[in-house]
Write a protein of this length. Structure first.
Length: 272
């Protein structure tokens, strides 16, 4: 099966978040966190959301995106919230590592795992878009956006790993070989934009709480070294330069330590 042609557009959905940081928040001194009017888990299930107490597959993510979009159309403050005593368990399912355990199941081929991973990323991108669209100058979903970005990075790391494994086993006489190569090049460009977008968010100190940004820095530290080798050479150099500049400008010592560790891991990766 040819590589998904819409993969690049799926990944670029995540760029809405950093763009909003620049274009939307400059006119307000301190954005207000959206109030939590979220619903109890059984009510979300009644509205069509997949149950939060089981793992989700790609189809569940797509279904959840439709339900959450409809909910946001009525009242964005009813969206599930990170750490909420009311709906925290539902949001935790959206970003649960357990949802991509399928990728490690030995009974599936590399292509089947890749297809599952990219389809999950597509649904995740749609959910991210719902929360990004719900964020305005008056009220923001900062913690939720950060958690979704962290999860996008983690799933992206899995996608790069599966892509490398799939291409390592791909015969050059495969009838779709050229199409797959072009698709991989698009993915490599898209992955670079994902990382750059998350780094831009990390520098948005006026729009996000320090505790949220530190969590994002921790995930960048663990996932970017995995993604880095998948990127094109120019993008690798750009990221190295950008991270070094961020280290020089970062006032938060904990975030700076994460960036320093990330820079060292990238340098080691290039040396190897």
């Amino acid at each position: 099966m040819p590589m998904k042609k819409n993969m690049l557009s799926v990944i670029l959905v995540t760029l809405i978040i950093p763009v909003m940081n620049v274009a939307g928040y400059q006119s307000v001194q301190k954005p207000q966190i959206a109030p939590d009017h979220s619903l109890a888990p059984p009510i979300y299930i009644q509205k069509g959301l997949p149950a939060h107490d089981r793992n989700w597959d790609a189809q569940d993510y797509l279904q959840a995106a439709q339900v959450l979009q409809a909910l946001a159309g009525v009242d964005t403050t009813q969206l599930p919230r990170y750490g909420s005593p009311i709906s925290g368990a539902v949001f935790a399912r959206i970003v649960s590592h357990d949802n991509f355990k399928l990728f490690d199941n030995a009974i599936f081929s590399q292509q089947q795992k890749f297809k599952a991973a990219t389809a999950l990323l597509q649904g995740l991108g749609q959910i991210t878009l719902v929360y990004a669209s719900a964020t305005t100058q008056e009220r923001i979903f900062d913690s939720e956006l950060v958690e979704l970005m962290r999860y996008v990075l983690e799933v992206s790391g899995e996608v790069t790993r599966l892509t490398d494994a799939m291409f390592a086993a791909l015969p050059t006489n495969d009838p779709d070989y050229d199409t797959r190569i072009k698709g991989r090049e698009q993915m490599r460009q898209g992955m670079a934009r994902v990382v750059i977008g998350c780094l831009d968010t990390l520098a948005s100190r006026e729009s996000y709480r320090s505790s949220d940004l530190l969590r994002l820095a921790q995930t960048l530290d663990t996932t970017v070294p995995v993604i880095f080798s998948f990127l094109l050479p120019g993008a690798q150099q750009e990221l190295s330069v950008r991270i070094q500049r961020m280290i020089e400008q970062e006032p938060n010592s904990s975030i700076k330590q994460r960036l320093l560790h990330l820079a060292a891991a990238i340098a080691k990766s290039k040396a190897g």
